[in-house]
Design a protein around this ligand. Structure first.
Ligand code: NAD
Length: 480
């Protein structure tokens, strides 16, 4: 079963044990750009999951004992393959998930290759120096845990997938990857790249399918020793319940409702352009600062500049290099976003920007929207919309800004815009989040821990944190 998307041929069957495997069931991948079906994809049930888990467990017997240098070498070969295929991956990903082609070409796909290179290099210097206890030598080792199940969403499919796959493989785990059903295609291309790189059969497996069938069967499977999940809170709860049965360690990267705090001493142009950047990827970014908190004394000035800049956002076909934001991922997601906006309007809030579908473009294009001063219990202020919908409120004091920022069940990220370095340190230290940017946004270094507090997740990945998760870390003590 194959599809040709933007001139790229894709085998849309599963990749299990080093060969293509089909299913009787299919699902369609529908392009958000024009809502046309672009591929029929194999849809797994528990039999295919069983096959993949068995293949991964068999491969683990060898891969788990393969030396670090060889694992690192193969990960670099995969990175070479990604780099050689950046254009093909970029055009397919854009057609499949509607994110900007220019960012796939120049940002996202190079980062996919970097995910493999970074964890390959980190593996080679992963070390905990031996230490002495009353003449006994203490040694720490990172032993791979076994089969890792990796499940990710559609908003940055290959980037989010490989952010988990690369450290799992580097650790010596074997992987069963279930890509998102709303953007499944680049995972199939990645399977080809890993095969061409010479990764042994069964080390990396892709099982396509729906969350409630393939995803559910994978997370329940007794051979799985780690579950790494990126996605929504309701799904995370279902997976946590499934994992409880087998007592499997979990890593969860979930949603957010992050604060974006603007103090009066900020560089206004920088604050405005960074704030408007929260509409990037049509608002489908877990880290987005969707609650803009502005110091009252500059509110009018900020709002005027923000509105002007946001109105200049060019929305349209994400394959056009001059476009700033594309469509929402799917009709159900579009309707979900519109439901939030409608209910906010019914509750008496009037958007000062946008507030509905983009009638000129039609399809899945939704206008960048801004609500002012929702009451503190308003749904639009408390729930993650995952679309181009922001709220703006104001504050008078630093303490009030911090209290408002922390008034959420989430704790993924935060942004602080201020010209005062001491204030930046003071405020970011008090924000309840896994990651705080000061006078910047989206600067990422894979050496940093990544993850969220509260409803935003469980655990951290990045650098050694990733290896800690995918390994059973062992202490060995040697007598003198
Ligand atoms: P989702 O939870 O609906 O789906 C995510 C993945 O889980 C998909 O692959 C889906 O097939 C699978 N899934 C669904 N039900 C399942 C089940 N019962 N068992 C096993 N797997 C199942 O999330 P979504 O709507 O696709 O993604 C958006 C969410 O992801 C947002 O909340 C967003 O904030 C979050 N997200 C978080 C991060 C992060 O790093 N923290 C990054 C990107 C997206």
């Amino acid at each position: 079963m194959a599809a040709t998307v933007e001139g790229v041929e894709i085998d849309t069957r599963h990749w299990i044990g080093g060969r293509r495997v089909d299913s009787a069931d299919r699902f369609q991948s529908i392009s958000p750009i024009d809502e046309t079906p672009i591929a029929d994809v194999a849809s797994a049930g528990s039999a295919e999951i069983e096959q993949a888990a068995a293949a991964a467990q068999t491969a683990f017997k060898t891969w788990g004992r393969t030396g670090r240098e060889e694992r690192a070498r193969l990960l670099h070969k995969i990175a070479d393959g990604v780099e050689a295929n950046i254009e093909r991956l970029a055009v397919v990903e854009t057609r499949d998930n509607g994110s900007l082609l220019r960012s796939h070409r120049r940002g996202v796909m190079p980062r996919v290759a970097h995910n493999f290179r970074f964890f390959a290099d980190w593996l080679l210097q992963l070390d905990h120096p031996d230490f002495d206890t009353r003449g006994h030598r203490n040694h720490v080792s990172w032993d791979p845990a076994g089969v890792a199940a990796i499940i990710t969403p559609w908003n940055a499919p290959l980037m989010l997938g490989t952010w988990r796959i690369a450290p799992a493989l580097a650790s010596g785990c074997t992987v069963v990857y279930k890509p998102p059903e709303w953007a499944p295609l680049t995972a199939s291309l990645l399977a080809d790249i890993t095969a061409e790189a010479g990764l042994p059969d069964g080390v990396f497996n892709v099982v396509q399918g729906l969350g409630k069938t393939a995803g559910a069967a994978l997370t329940r499977h007794p051979k799985v020793r780690r579950i790494s999940f990126t996605g929504s809170v309701p799904t995370a709860k279902t997976i946590a319940a499934a994992a409880a049965e087998n007592l499997v360690p979990l890593s969860f990267e979930l949603g957010g409702k992050s604060p974006f705090i603007v103090f009066a001493d900020t560089d206004l142009d920088l604050a405005v352009s960074t704030a408007v950047g929260q509409y990037d990827n049509a608002g489908q970014v877990c880290l987005a600062g969707t609650r803009i908190l502005v110091e009252e004394s500059i509110r009018a000035k900020f709002l005027a500049a923000f509105t002007e800049k946001a109105q200049a956002i060019r929305q349209g076909d994400p394959r056009d290099e001059t476009i700033d934001i594309g469509p929402q991922i799917s009709r159900p997601h579009f309707q979900r976003i519109d439901g939030f906006v409608r209910r906010a309007k019914e509750a008496g809030l009037q958007p000062v920007l946008g507030g509905g579908p983009n009638a000129k473009l039609g399809g899945l294009y939704y206008q960048p929207t801004l609500f002012l001063d929702p009451p503190e219990n308003a749904e639009i202020l408390r729930e993650e919309v995952f679309g181009p919908v922001l709220c703006l409120q104001s504050f008078r004091t630093e303490e009030q800004a911090i209290a408002m920022a922390n008034d959420t069940e989430y704790g993924l990220a935060g942004v602080v815009m201020t010209g005062d370095e001491e204030r930046a340190k003071r405020v970011s230290a008090q924000i309840n989040a896994g990651l705080v940017w000061n006078n910047c946004f989206f600067v990422r270094d894979l050496r940093q821990p990544f993850g969220g507090n509260g409803k935003s997740g469980i655990g951290r990945e990045g650098g050694t944190w990733s290896f800690d998760f995918y390994c059973d870390v062992k202490a060995s003590i040697f007598s003198p």
